[in-house]
Design a binder for this molecule. Sequence first.
Ligand code: ATP
Length: 232
Amino acid sequence: MLEIENLSVSYGRNEAVRGISFAVPDASIVALVGANGAGKTSTLNAITGLVSSSGRIVSDGRVLTGLTTDNRVRLGVAQVAEGRQLFPLMSVRENLELGGYLCRAAESRQRLTVLMERFPVLAERADQFAGTLSGGEQQMVAICRALMSAPQVLLIDEPCLGLAPIIIRKVTAILRELHGTGLTILIAEQNASFAAAVADRLILLENGRIRAEGSPNEVLGQPQFRQAYLGV
Ligand code: ATP
């Protein structure tokens, strides 16, 4: 279980995240939803230590607060950055290998083999430059690069950004499959209908605060949120 207690993130005077607390139970998918600037990315970046924050972050009973990002990865927390952030002029295989940089070479090779068996398109495209893949394929590589560190908790920032609806369905299928393996997943997502389709729970952020929390039906069933986030 990932537990976030009283988390705050500030950039100078701009308080992006204002004392939020929530938990991501083991083997669940929780989605942080909200408009641009609500504080979703800042929350994910604080959990992996990419930005400094105050409050407490605990994963599987171990306190992450104050640790460096690589040590948080060692403790089983990995992040897929917004916009995927692949190295376009490196092959798919090389991009994936980078995700295993903290483990021994033999272990990294074994994880790569397992991922390529699970997602055969990775094997088909292994020697292709990552920058030449479609958006959906790039998202798959970015997710699998994070999986190379064998995380217990996976954070994914805007998995659907810039993807066509048909590709979003493929990303949904990948996330459901990972969910089925017992991985604990926290998504930051602007697309509320996608979030509602994949997540067990939604946490609605507005101006760095939690405005609502519950099952997708509990949150998006409320007329004011339905209108604002689904446009219906
Ligand atoms: P988006 O969906 O647009 O990425 P978000 O919900 O992920 O939005 P954040 O990116 O966390 O929101 O941004 C929250 C607030 O913090 C915004 O007001 C943003 O301008 C500000 N912010 C984010 N990163 C920085 C930074 N590096 N320096 C200064 N302000 C920042």
